[in-house]
Design a binder for this molecule. Structure first.
Ligand SMILES: [Zn+2]
Length: 484
């Protein structure tokens, strides 16, 4: 009895709703009975509360894994013990790609309830278009019980990479050079060239990557093509600015081509970093002109071809070069070299700070016309007429130009694929699961008291009802005893 009274007092105290001063000297037999009843009720309430607590505890995770089948798929799987109250399992997943806001995909794998349960979901890259080698993939399971309560596993990450190769790494400043060719000179030559290209871009234009760039160098074009989907047969290298990744297939016998392609794609990654915007896009002449600038300029053949077109007054309209480049090899070739001479003119005439101003303007959402106006004081038409004046060329008939050149939206020559490719490679949207935007990290505690009350409302009402019934029964018993 003493023990029970002590517990009651302690409980009231903790509850702090009101304090009851018990004076043992004035406790009557009847009050003692009330206390006894209250004690029983409180024990029942505490027991009920404990029951609710037990009920809401989650199933335990015994296995949580992602298996890579490069380049076809990732299989996510989870095993849950004591899962008989779990009614739904969801998979949240995504990549480390730069994007406008935190975007994750959501999948609803099939799931059977029982004392233990297994869920499995396959991210089919053949359907979604694939992710570049070196991408960090993250995932997180959510499981929901029959009261609507969610639990999340910890967020996990895995590196999406071909494990058939024995990848080696050379790190130098902001360059992370990954390769598997057993030729240390080949590796150090290409790595040093990447570092030199980065230094050249920093000195000439003032650009530096904000984080390390990962270069995955395959030992042949075929090896590289096997690692990516939907790339045309001529694709030699790919830049993924939104991932800070570039991949190239460089055969040791094609080192000269490899060196210029590496610098070209590296520039795409950097320009992509500098101009990444949710508001606008970079015109093709600017990104490709800078990429050729990063290579060190056009080859002598390309320079000669450009010169011929200057002499025959057959250069292209700046408007046309703002869109995709032509599939016609000659027009494409001229597009690249003309873009270079446009960018080169801006840098040589106005300096690197103005070029950085232009790139920053585009990042902030400027159209190319607005960006040029802010940085240089002329729009695209003004730039064209000044540049053509420099080559002593007359003003251009835009209408005739656009009809003659009729570009297609897909660039075609080997090193150009970069910026366009990443736009089509990686969206998990195409798959069955819906894309959702996660404003906050999902969390149990995020539910709050209101959420908890909502999800346990029925249970709470049942407990209150049972307690009231019990109280009535006990009161009747006490009264009968008192009457005796
Ligand atoms: Zn390019």
């Amino acid at each position: 009895m003493q023990l029970q009274l002590g517990l009651i007092e302690k409980y009231w105290w903790i509850n702090a709703q009101f304090r009851v001063s018990f004076s043992k000297r004035v406790i009557t037999e009847r009050r003692g009975n009330v206390k006894k009843i209250t004690a029983i009720l409180l024990f029942f309430l505490l027991f009920s509360y404990g029951f609710v607590g037990l009920h809401s505890s989650s199933a335990s995770v015994t296995q949580n894994d992602a298996e890579l089948n490069f380049p076809a798929s990732v299989i996510f799987s989870i095993d849950l013990e004591s899962a008989d109250n779990i009614t739904q399992v969801k998979l949240h997943y995504g990549t480390n790609r730069d994007s406008c806001g935190t975007v994750s995909a959501l999948a609803y794998p099939e799931f059977t309830t029982g004392s233990s349960a297994h869920a499995r979901w396959e991210w089919n890259m053949l359907q979604s278009g694939g992710e570049p080698p070196g991408t960090t993939i993250w995932w997180q399971w959510e499981y929901i019980d029959n009261q609507g309560k969610s639990d999340f596993t910890d967020k996990q990450e895995i590196l999406w990479l071909d494990n058939i190769y024995d990848w080696k790494l050379l790190e130098d400043g902001l360059i992370r050079f990954h390769y598997y060719e057993n030729d240390t000179e080949y590796a150090s030559t290409l790595k040093n060239a990447a570092v030199a290209a980065l230094n050249h871009l920093h000195e000439d234009i003032g650009m530096l990557p904000d984080q390390p760039v990962d270069l995955y160098i395959y030992s042949s074009t075929q090896d590289m093509r096997d690692a990516v989907f939907y790339e045309p047969g001529w694709t030699g290298g790919l830049a993924y600015p939104e991932y800070n990744i570039l991949i190239i297939g460089i055969d040791p016998s094609q080192l000269t081509w490899g060196l210029s392609t590496e610098a070209h794609e590296l520039t795409h990654v950097l320009v992509g970093d500098y101009t990444f915007s949710c508001l606008g896009s970079t015109p093709t002449w600017l990104s490709e002109g800078l990429a050729v600038y990063g290579e060190g300029g056009p080859s002598s053949d390309q320079a000669d071809f450009f010169e011929q077109n200057v002499n025959s007054n057959s250069l292209m309209s700046f408007n046309v070069l703002s869109g995709g480049f032509s599939e016609d090899p000659n027009i494409a070739d001229l597009s690249y070299s003309q873009s270079f001479y446009m960018v080169d003119y801006l840098i040589k005439t106005y300096g690197k700070d103005k070029m950085l101003d232009l790139l920053q303007g585009i990042k902030a959402g400027d159209s190319i016309g607005e960006g040029l106006q802010h940085a240089y004081g002329f729009d695209l038409a003004g730039f064209q007429s000044e540049w053509r004046g420099y080559y002593s060329l007359p003003a251009l008939d835009e209408v005739t130009q656009e009809r003659l050149q009729n570009p297609t939206p897909v660039p075609t020559i080997i090193p150009i694929q970069g910026i366009n490719s990443q736009a089509v490679t990686n969206d998990p949207v195409a798959q069955e699961p819906a894309i959702v935007t996660q404003a906050t990290q999902p969390s149990d505690t995020g539910l709050g008291i209101v959420g908890w009350l909502n999800s346990h409302l029925v249970l709470i009402l049942v407990i209150i009802g049972v307690n009231c019934l019990l109280l009535i029964v006990i009161m009747i018993l006490v009264r009968q005893k008192g009457a005796k």
